[in-house]
Structures are given as C-alpha cells and as structure tokens.
Design a protein around this ligand. Structure first.
Ligand code: FAD
Length: 397
C-alpha cells in the first residue's frame, strides 16, 4: 500500500500522495481546459457580470459535470480526488466557473445520486451530468443562513401534491437552473426535524427568480433570489424521506465543503503564480522586487498556504473514497483553505503594490472571489463550531 516516498498517516490509514496515471491525466485535461476555455475570458466575464453560458455544455462534454457519478446515469465516474483536482484547476481559472460545477454536480447531482429513487436518478442525472440541465441548491433564506434548521419555506401536502411557499436567498446558479434542490418545512416537527428536500423543476408555475447584483466577487456567477408562491409539485418530487431534508442538506454540504476547499487551493495557486511572475519582472531599488527579502516572505507564505490547504483537501477526498467518516475533516479543510485563499490573494496583491489594486491585473479579482469562501457553505465560525462539537462532545448550536 505504501509505495511512494511521501505518505501521510492518520488513524490506521496510510495515504500515498503520488497521483495515479488516471488522476494525472484528469489534472492535465483540466489544466488544458482551463487554459483554453476559462482563463482567457475570466476578466471579461467578471466585468460583464456574466459567465458565457456555453461553458456549461463544454464542462459537460469534457466530463467534469459527471465526475464520481455512475456511468449508468450519464456520469463519468472517477474518484473524489480527481474531482478535487478538477475543482482546483477550475478555481485557479475562475471561481465563478468552479462554482457552477461545485453546485450543479457537487451539491445537486451527487445528492440525487446518493438519496434519489431510481426514477429521480433517471429523470435528472443524465441532464445534469451532460450540462443539458443546471442544478441549484436552495437552502438559505432571507432570515435563516447559518441557522438553516429554522428555515420557514413551507411545503403543505394537498392530495398527491405538495404546495410550496417561501423565499430563498443567494442561490448560486439560481437564474440558470433547470432544477432546484429545495429545502422546505413539511411537518410540524420543530427545527430541522420538520425539513424535507424536494426536486423542483425551475419552470414550475409560481417560481420566480431575481438576479442578485452588486456582489463583491464571483461577479460572473448567476446568483439569485427565488420566490415560491403556490408552487405545486407531485409527492414524487420528495428527495429522501419526509422529515429527512436536513440530513440531505448536511450530507451535501459535507462534500460541498471539500469542493470549496479545492477551489480555494486553486485561488491560492493563481495568487502564487501571479506573485512570483510579477516579483521577477518588477524592479525597485535597482533590482527585481523578488530580491527583497520581505517580498520573498509574502511569496513563501502563499506557497505554504497552498500546500497546507491542498493536503487537508486531499485527506477529505481520500476519506470519502475509502468510505470513511469525513464531515469534520471537510470542515477543517474548508475553514483552513478559505481563510488561506483570502490570505494568499491579499499577499499577492501586496506584491503587486498599487498595480494590484486595479483590475488590469489578476490579483484584485482573486481577492474579491476568495472573500466569499469564508462565508458560504457554512461560515468560518460555523466550521469552528462543527470542529469544536466533535472535539468536546458539546454542541454550541
Ligand atoms: P448569518 O448566518 O446571519 O451570519 C452572520 C454572521 O454571524 C457571520 O459572521 C456568522 O459566522 C455569524 N454567526 C451566525 N451564527 C453564529 C454562531 N452560532 N456562532 C458564531 N457566529 C455566528 N445558500 C444556498 O442555500 N445555496 C447557494 O447556492 C448559496 N450560494 C451563495 C452564493 C453567494 C455569493 C453568497 C454570498 C451566499 C450563498 N449562499 C447560498 C448563502 C450562504 O450559505 C450564507 O450566506 C451563509 O450560510 C451565511 O448565512 P448569512 O449570510 O445569513 O449570515
């Protein structure tokens, strides 16, 4: 089992950090894809506040929207480490594009694959994995973010249907989505025990979407508010059992945090590459700024953040692939990698001096995009509470 020179151990496990030939091939494919289809457009998409929607089909064609999903349902298979390699590369190119995959595949398709009936898998997975459909994840509401268990959207049983009313806020892919994985209160059980998950076609009458504009970062991403007024879905839209919706949401987010972490490694790597290149070119005091020790400190801090964030992320992927518990490790990876991405982009901006502050150079966008990573899919404070609960056995929620 231990064949490489470099290995990590935790518990009784040994992880070989050498990538397999297949994983290397996936990484190369993702790098080429990002160089060709994403990086050249990232600044323009950011300025236009809209990623070209054609990217979704391209992501589907190359197999990135089907990673880890069974080929039987249109997926491209592969392991979770490969998924992290792809999300890292996409995060390096443009976090707005990375988010499309992390949500449509990571939060929606993978959750349908894990919790869906045969009928639901056949109805949604081929479309989501090919890029014909886009999925979004509707948990947050105007009044409930961190405290999602108290959401107020209601699904009331009416014969063979449910009728849903409520509002969802900050929904990634929201204006583009064909299907909403929606969380609503369907029983009188208190708190999270009353929540159920539904697969709601986005064109169902009564569902309206409003684009959220003016974001600090992720400007190319289609973020929306969803308003549901008398939205009628058949009982077969229920994903998993009634009252188990919060478990569905938390299982999705546990894997989702790994994907955010991998995207953050990509941001930090982009910051590192940009800082090293610029430090070699820019001269002050008669020599390249790379020759000033305090500039080297900024760059080396970024490099350590990249490596540490990546190792934490790969550990999660390894645990998932071996069927081991991973939720707390995923919170650790997301907490560290998101804070590291902000630090890395900020350090890179410092290396660029005043030029870093204008959007002709890439580092300002990296910092703006990184900033949300410590907020969504559970803020840094919420990750600390998850980790603290695991260590102490006491829930602070
Ligand atoms: P609040 O929960 O109000 O938190 C405010 C502050 O209080 C934070 O600092 C928080 O850490 C702190 N806080 C709250 N409770 C505690 C506590 N118990 N202890 C200590 N500190 C606490 N949601 C979706 O459902 N789907 C999406 O696709 C999605 N995409 C998003 C995209 C973007 C660009 C953004 C900005 C958000 C997105 N969200 C999405 C919502 C996101 O997950 C929430 O914003 C996040 O969970 C925080 O909720 P909140 O904004 O209501 O902040």
């Amino acid at each position: 089992m231990y064949t490489g020179l470099v290995a990590l151990t935790w518990g009784d496990a040994v992880m070989n950090l050498e990538l397999s030939d297949e994983q290397e091939a996936v990484r190369r494919l993702a790098r080429d894809f990002v160089e060709r289809e994403v990086a050249p457009h990232a600044t323009a998409w950011d300025r236009a506040e809209e990623v070209d929607r054609g990217i979704v089909r391209k992501l589907g064609e190359v197999g990135f929207l089907g990673l880890t999903v069974d080929e039987e349902y249109g997926g491209s298979g592969g392991d979770h480490l490969s998924y992290c390699l792809v999300t890292e590369e996409l995060g390096r190119g443009d976090s707005s594009v990375r988010g499309i995959v992390s949500v449509s595949l990571g939060l929606v398709a993978k959750t349908v694959a894990a919790w869906g009936s045969e009928e639901q898998k056949r109805a949604w997975l081929p479309g989501l994995t090919s890029g014909e459909y886009v999925g979004c994840f509707g948990l947050t509401e105007p009044g409930t973010g961190s405290d999602a268990g108290r959401l107020t959207t209601r699904a009331v049983r009416d014969g063979d249907d449910y009728v849903i009313d409520g509002t969802k806020m900050f929904i990634t892919n929201g204006t583009w989505a064909d299907v909403v994985l929606l969380f609503a209160r369907s029983t009188d059980a208190p708190g999270h025990r009353g929540v159920s998950a539904f697969l709601v076609p986005a064109d169902t009458p009564g569902l309206t979407r409003r684009a959220v504009h003016g974001k600090l970062g992720l400007r190319g991403q289609a973020t929306a508010e969803l308003v549901l007024e008398g939205v009628r879905v058949p009982a077969s839209a229920l994903l998993g059992e009634e009252g188990k919706g919060f478990s569905v949401a938390m299982s999705a987010l546990a894997k989702g945090r790994m994907s955010v972490a991998a995207g953050c490694v990509g941001i930090a790597r982009a910051a590192l590459d940009a800082a090293v290149r610029y430090a070699g070119e820019r001269e002050q005091f008669g020599k390249p700024i790379a020759g000033h020790q305090l500039v080297q400190e900024l760059i080396s801090d970024i490099a350590v953040d990249v490596d540490a964030a990546r190792l934490l992320t790969w550990r999660v992927a390894d645990l998932v692939d071996r069927g081991r518990p991973f939720a707390v490790e995923s919170s650790k990876a997301k907490l560290f990698a998101s804070e590291a991405a902000v630090r890395a982009a900020n350090n890179a901006l410092q290396v660029f001096g005043g030029y870093g502050y204008i959007d002709e150079y890439p580092v300002g966008k990296l910092l703006r995009d990184a900033r949300v990573m410590t907020l969504y899919e559970g803020t840094s404070q919420i990750q600390k509470l998850v980790i603290g609960r695991d260590l102490t056995g006491v829930s602070a929620f």
